[in-house]
Write a protein that binds this ligand. Structure first.
Ligand SMILES: [Zn+2]
Length: 607
């Protein structure tokens, strides 16, 4: 056991039947050998570590075998097979084009082709990474490749088929190697484990197969490493530790916290993961993979794409039942954006936390959005339909005289706030203080109230009922606020209040972007934001979700939307160019005609 060495070399397949995951190729090759219809040049394409070179060597050995088996395999016993296995055969030449890519290297190879083999039937030339050959080397190769002597066979291997010249492609029989599937890798690893009398959990092998991403060489060297670290007992846990992979259970815990909008739990969990030494990018990547696998479970037909360790399938399926597709897709989108920007983020930890915070509120956002259609059916802006039972004395006393004239108490509450906001420099919380405290009620509730409201009398009871009803669902209902129609003044006030956030955080450029934006109200629920530059537009766009939420809350109208555009007139930038001497003269001459007379009279020239 102590001498155990699993290695790609020790378990390199000796014949076609033991090649993992490339049956479509080995069968074709065996048939060609059996019928004696071998091409003189082959091109093996495919990702690294899937068996291209291995197949090339087996092919070389097999066609030289003195005692070919009826099934088209080499005997592995004759003199020729033995010499191939020992690496002493003179009939095989390997050239690594990655390091020998000059014309001279190819000329040396072509020179060798002229000599017939001393023993055996065929001389085989394997050119690895053939796409690395220089253009002139390719050209030097073409002639030989087209009309080689009968005893010469060429096997070209590449990971990048698209870089091969068409003239080469047309002269070769092309074989496309597939990425080795996780299942094939696991089976192969299990065979090795059994041979070497090692204890290994199947889940551990699955993790290794996933990590190796279809590359058998990687899978074997990972297994090698873990066996030597763990002294021969490979478990799921020690494999995760060795490969620095985060246990999926953490992701499920994260999902649990996020679905219940438990931000504290979410952040604490991330902290725990962080303290275990996992960087943010590992979390992003692992979380995305986990959500992807849950998404795959949504449809039975896509189940075959589920690539998870043994015993976890049911868990994924049960989560697929309880998470909506909208949530999964949106969360994946958020994670993807975070991944793209991860490298640029200065504060990596905060960056990932922001991602988690966004997903934390995702469920709420989806509920509101999907409810939109229903809420929009009611004419929320016609007449007094809202009920307001909760008085807010601090605000009503500050009512400006003009707006105090408004008889609707509920409406007054909203009208006043922007005015109050503009009076108070630190009034960031002014429009929100009253409303943000009340998360947007579920559509059923606001709908129900809207219909009940005009009947009057039973308002408090209904409210109490609702409070009871919704408390269980984690909402607090204080009073339904009347949706407000958009007006430029109120919008501007809310807008500025939002911008104050940046001022408070001394993000002046961000503040300026908001300050400079022009707001144009298009309808009761739609307005346009006109910025004077693409930078400002992009910035405001990046804030759209939060901003939209804020505006909707400020007007208690979840139908409010907005678009952002760059002010066309400002896009054309007039850059002041210094005038040439002639231009300056023309300008002055138009202004003072005597100047022209003076110039002509004195026959002056402009330099
Ligand atoms: Zn043989």
């Amino acid at each position: 056991m102590n001498e155990f060495i699993v290695s790609a070399r020790k378990y390199r397949p000796q014949n076609f039947n033991t090649v993992v995951g490339q049956q479509h190729i080995t069968t074709t090759l065996k048939n060609a050998i059996k019928t004696g219809q071998l091409a003189h040049a082959f091109l093996f394409c495919g990702p690294r570590g899937v068996g291209k070179t291995t197949c090339a060597r087996i092919l070389a050995k097999t066609i030289n075998c003195e005692n070919l088996q009826p099934d088209g395999e080499a005997c592995n016993e004759c003199h020729s097979c033995k010499s191939f296995e020992e690496g002493t055969s003179l009939n095989i030449h390997e050239l690594d084009a990655a390091s020998n890519n000059s014309v001279d290297d190819i000329r040396a190879l072509v020179e060798q082709v002229r000599f017939a083999p001393q023993a055996g039937k065929y001389k085989i030339y394997i050119v690895d990474e053939v796409h690395m050959l220089s253009a002139s080397a390719f050209n030097a190769f073409l002639k030989t490749l087209e009309e080689p002597p009968g005893y010469a066979k060429f096997i070209l291997a590449t990971t990048e088929k698209h870089k091969i010249l068409p003239t080469i492609l047309s002269r070769c029989q092309i074989f496309d190697f597939k990425r080795i599937t996780s299942n094939d890798t696991v089976e192969h690893l299990a065979e090795i484990i059994a041979n070497e009398h090692i204890q290994a959990e199947k889940a551990a092998l699955q993790v290794i197969a996933q990590k190796s991403e279809g590359c058998m060489r990687d899978a074997l060297s990972i297994l090698d490493k873990i066996v030597s670290f763990t002294g021969g007992t490979v478990t799921y846990q020690n494999t995760l530790e060795n490969l620095n992979i985060l246990d999926e259970d953490y992701f499920f815990k994260l999902i649990d916290a996020l679905l219940t909008q438990n931000l504290a739990d979410t952040l604490l969990l991330f902290d725990e993961i962080n303290r275990k030494g996992f960087e943010g990018d590992i979390v992003l990547n692992g979380f995305a993979t986990c959500l992807r696998n849950v998404l795959v479970c949504k449809d039975a037909r896509a189940l075959q794409l589920l690539d998870v360790v043994a015993g976890m399938e049911e868990k994924y399926k049960s989560y697929a039942q309880k998470i909506s597709t909208a949530f999964l897709v949106s969360a994946l989108q958020i994670i993807n954006e975070a991944e793209v920007q991860y490298k640029m983020a200065r504060n990596k930890r905060l960056h990932v936390e922001m991602m988690l915070i966004k997903i934390n509120y995702l469920q709420q956002a989806i509920e509101i959005t999907s409810a939109n259609g229903f809420v929009a059916k009611k004419k929320r802006l016609d007449g007094p339909i809202a009920i307001a039972t909760k008085s807010l004395p601090s605000l009503t006393t500050k009512a400006s005289s003009a707006e105090a004239a408004n008889s609707n108490a509920a409406a007054k509450l909203y009208i006043e706030t922007p005015a109050a906001a503009s009076n108070r420099p630190s009034a960031i919380a002014a429009p929100t203080a009253t409303e943000v405290a009340t998360p947007a009620p579920t559509p059923a509730i606001s709908g129900g109230l809207g219909q009940q409201a005009p009947s009057g009398g039973s308002k408090p009871d209904l409210l109490a009922l609702l409070q009871q009803h919704t408390a269980a669902r984690g909402y607090t209902v204080s009073a339904v606020k009347q949706p407000q129609a958009l007006t430029v003044e109120k919008l501007r006030a809310a807008w500025d209040a939002y911008a104050q956030n940046y001022l408070a955080n001394t993000k002046l450029s961000a503040f300026a972007a908001f300050q400079q934006a022009e707001l144009v109200v298009e309808s009761d629920i739609r307005f346009m934001v006109r910025t004077n530059s693409h930078i400002n537009k992009n910035f405001i766009e990046s804030e759209k979700t939060m901003l939209s939420d804020f505006i909707q809350q400020s007007f208690t109208n979840i139908n409010i939307t907005f678009g952002i555009e760059v002010n066309a007139s400002d896009v054309v930038v007039n850059i002041e160019r210094p005038l040439s001497n002639r231009e300056r003269y023309e300008q002055l001459a138009t202004q003072y005609p005597t100047l022209r007379a003076l110039k002509e009279g004195l026959r002056l020239e402009i330099e």
